[in-house]
Design a protein around this ligand. Structure first.
Ligand code: CA
Length: 721
């Protein structure tokens, strides 16, 4: 009786608190929105999203993932008056890759470290914040920063996938967890960086980890209970056990050796689109473990379903069709970039298509009912293949591109950063154009002939220890000249470029397009830019001081249209790029921030704080040349993936040349004893002993001395937190 009274008093209290909270924030919303509880999104509402353009209720607004908004209050004639409406500073200075959602005047957004926030979309006032407290040691399982690309909303709940693999349902009113499930075996190097999608009382989520050693899958969970409804594995498991889907038995014929021991790869860490009429979900898969096929599948084979586009039934999770973009991939050509659905008139026929601007440099148009390839053409210079055979749908590989077969290093475009990476593209049905955040880079791929699978760190099978660092200004300039970034307007019917807007470097932001004849995209130098959708004329630009990688979105509150985007430098290019990524500008002032713009906004960004420069003061070199070279190779095997090519940090993880531990025992306490485990730098004792750790240190000292004598001596970067 007493217990009951407490329960009901607590219930009354929370009802009261929620009631007060609700009254408080409802006053800023339209009458229609006021009638609804927060995040009341369901199938009918999402399928009819075009008749509700003031809201942005899913990662790319609609299930078709077009990132086109019918809003046109901000348009080519008045965008010149666009100003900052509000901003909100985030808790971390790591990469920000999320697209915010807005439902009935409330913005829901995830940030680095899988933190979720709800804000008043009109003012930027914080309503609640939820931090899942991801253990920082997870960084050892992540190639490309502690990022998160967004949340899903459904019937009063907000869903986030956390880096350590939890799928959490939050109460949209309070930000308190309703349920939480662990989506994978935590002893394996899986992570989650992608945005979930909500479809028919199910929330769909994949994972990352194909650089490390996992088996890819995509899962559907019940939005009410968190119960697993179905799971589709993208790579066959151990063939001595029953296959989860009949298609995996066929897939197993395309593999050799004991691929399942390292999982095979093929993770689903990006695009998920949905066609409600066909009840099909479309997603793409990553590269294999290892990148080098002879290590993951000795004897070759196409290795289904790596680097593939897959369609599965949304209700059952059963296989419908697949199109393998890169059979037997060895170049890290993940096929996880956007899948954009549209109806296009091709050769006089209206076709239901799926469009995909792949990491591999080709733009693919598929029939999304059947998976039939309709066309594929390169949208950047491509050297790994001479084209895609329209009859077989297979690439015509360029001779020598398979460095693993030839045994000779090969300089290949695109680079593993991709001609197009996770940064979302957009399709505007009014102009008929796709807007791609495109980039040009190349990599010299070479097999690591001494490779052995490691229980810690990445398992690629290629050598990432560069013999010639870009210390010479002329060499650096030559390398910089080869890399490009631009916004590309692409005609998907005729497969040709219509216009392009050049950027200073690769790794620019995702794209939004609107019925106001606009295309919005941030850039790596820290400008937010708006172009005319039909001809590419630059209409407006504002420096926001921090690089923008994320995709912008737009919404309406109380009859006013806003455009919002996250700023925050980081991700794969920043972490691994070394001196190459320095072309993208000065990232010392890197503030994770939500920015919202409207015509006639009056907000101003705060003053830039003064940064303390780090001092480059390496100790004298005491090691011999052979030891330094051994250290170089070990650095390339275990350290480069987080600390950057040639020991040059892009500003996300610490720049080791500036480390205060190069001349003392602190180095070994960190590398071998895990003294900085809580910041993410775990012990490497499993793979390194004192002698090897000392060799790596001698190489780092050498790089610091080289940097100092080169006269470059720029200030060190503050690393992310
Ligand atoms: Ca990859």
């Amino acid at each position: 009786m007493f217990k009951k009274a407490i329960v009901s008093a607590t219930a009354m209290m929370s009802f009261f608190i929620i009631g007060v909270f609700w009254l408080h924030y409802a006053d800023a919303q339209s009458e229609a929105a006021k009638a609804r509880r927060p995040a009341q999104v369901d199938a009918a509402r999402l399928i009819a999203a075009d008749s509700d353009p003031g809201n942005w209720m899913s990662y790319s607004r609609t299930y078709s993932e077009q990132r086109f908004s019918p809003l046109d209050q901000i348009n080519a004639s008045n965008v010149g008056g666009l100003k900052l409406a509000w901003y909100h500073d985030l808790d971390t200075t790591r990469g920000q890759e999320a697209t915010p959602l807005v439902v009935d005047g409330v913005m829901y957004v995830s940030t680095a470290w899988s933190i979720v926030k709800a804000l008043d979309a009109k003012t930027g006032r914080l309503l609640w914040s939820y931090d899942p407290q991801v253990p920082r040691e997870i960084l050892i399982k992540i190639c490309c920063d502690a990022v998160n690309r967004g949340v899903a909303v459904w019937k009063g709940k907000v869903f986030v996938g956390t880096l350590d693999g939890r799928l959490i349902a939050l109460d949209a009113t309070t930000g308190k967890p309703v349920w939480s499930v662990q989506t994978f075996d935590k002893t394996k190097p899986y992570t989650i960086t992608s945005a979930p999608r909500a479809i028919h009382d199910r929330v769909i989520i994949g994972s990352s980890g194909s650089e490390y050693g996992v088996r890819g899958f995509v899962s559907a969970y019940d939005t009410n209970s968190g119960k697993l409804v179905w799971r589709f594995y993208t790579v066959p498991g151990d063939p001595s056990r029953p296959f989860e889907d009949p298609i995996l038995s066929k897939a197993a014929n395309t593999w050799h050796g004991q691929w399942w021991k390292a999982g095979g790869g093929g993770t689903v860490w990006g695009a998920i689109a949905y066609d409600p009429d066909l009840d099909l979900i479309y997603f793409g898969t990553a590269n294999g473990v290892e990148w080098v096929r002879k290590y993951r599948s000795p004897g070759g084979g196409d290795n289904w379903f790596l680097a593939s586009i897959l369609a599965v039934n949304a209700t059952t999770g059963r296989y419908a069709w697949h199109y393998q973009v890169v059979p037997g991939d060895v170049w890290d050509y993940d096929t996880t970039q956007d899948m954009v659905l549209a109806d296009l008139t091709m050769d006089g026929r209206v076709r239901k298509v799926l469009m995909h601007a792949s990491k591999d440099g080709f733009f693919y148009v598929l029939d999304r009912k059947t998976g039939e390839l309709l066309s594929a053409k390169p949208f950047v210079p491509v050297t790994w293949a001479d084209g895609i055979d329209p009859k077989t749908g297979r690439p015509i590989e360029h001779r020598g591109a398979r460095y693993d077969v030839s045994g000779k290093p090969a300089d290949i475009s695109p680079h593993p950063n991709g001609a197009h990476n996770w940064q979302p593209m957009a399709f505007n049905p009014r102009t008929g154009l796709v807007y791609i955040p495109a980039q040009e880079e190349s990599l010299t791929y070479a097999v690591d002939t001494t490779y052995k699978r490691s229980p810690i760190g990445p398992n690629l099978g290629i050598s990432l220890s560069s013999a010639a660092p870009l210390t010479e200004p002329a060499a650096k300039q030559a390398a910089w000249n080869r890399e490009k970034g631009y916004l590309l307007a692409w005609d998907p019917v005729h497969q040709r470029a219509v216009w392009r807007a050049e950027h200073a470097a690769p790794w620019n932001g995702g794209v939004l397009t609107t019925a106001g004849n606009l295309v919005a995209q941030g850039d790596t130098l820290g400008n937010f830019n708006i172009y005319r959708a039909d001809n590419g004329e630059k209409l407006w630009s504002m420096p926001v001081r921090t690089s923008i990688m994320a995709g912008p979105m737009t919404y309406e509150v109380d009859g006013q249209q806003y455009i919002a985007v996250l700023a925050g430098w980081g991700g794969g290019y920043a972490i691994l790029g070394g001196d190459l990524s320095k072309k993208s500008g000065d990232h010392r002032y890197n503030t994770g921030r939500i920015l919202a713009f409207k015509v006639g906004g009056t907000a101003r960004l705060p003053a830039v704080p003064l940064e303390q420069a780090q001092v480059l003061a390496p100790p004298a070199q005491t090691a011999d040349a052979a030891t330094i070279d051994a250290g170089r190779k070990l650095y390339g095997r275990y350290c480069v993936i987080c600390h950057g090519a040639d020991v040059v940090s892009g500003g996300v993880n610490p720049d080791l040349r500036y480390s205060g531990f190069l001349g003392n025992n602190g180095w070994f306490q960190i590398v071998l004893d895990g003294a900085l485990k809580k910041q993410g730098m775990v012990s490497f004792r499993q793979v390194l002993d004192h002698q090897k750790a000392a060799a790596i240190r001698s190489y780092v000292i050498q790089r610091a001395i080289e940097t100092k004598t080169s006269g470059e001596n720029y200030a060190g970067l503050t690393s992310g937190r």
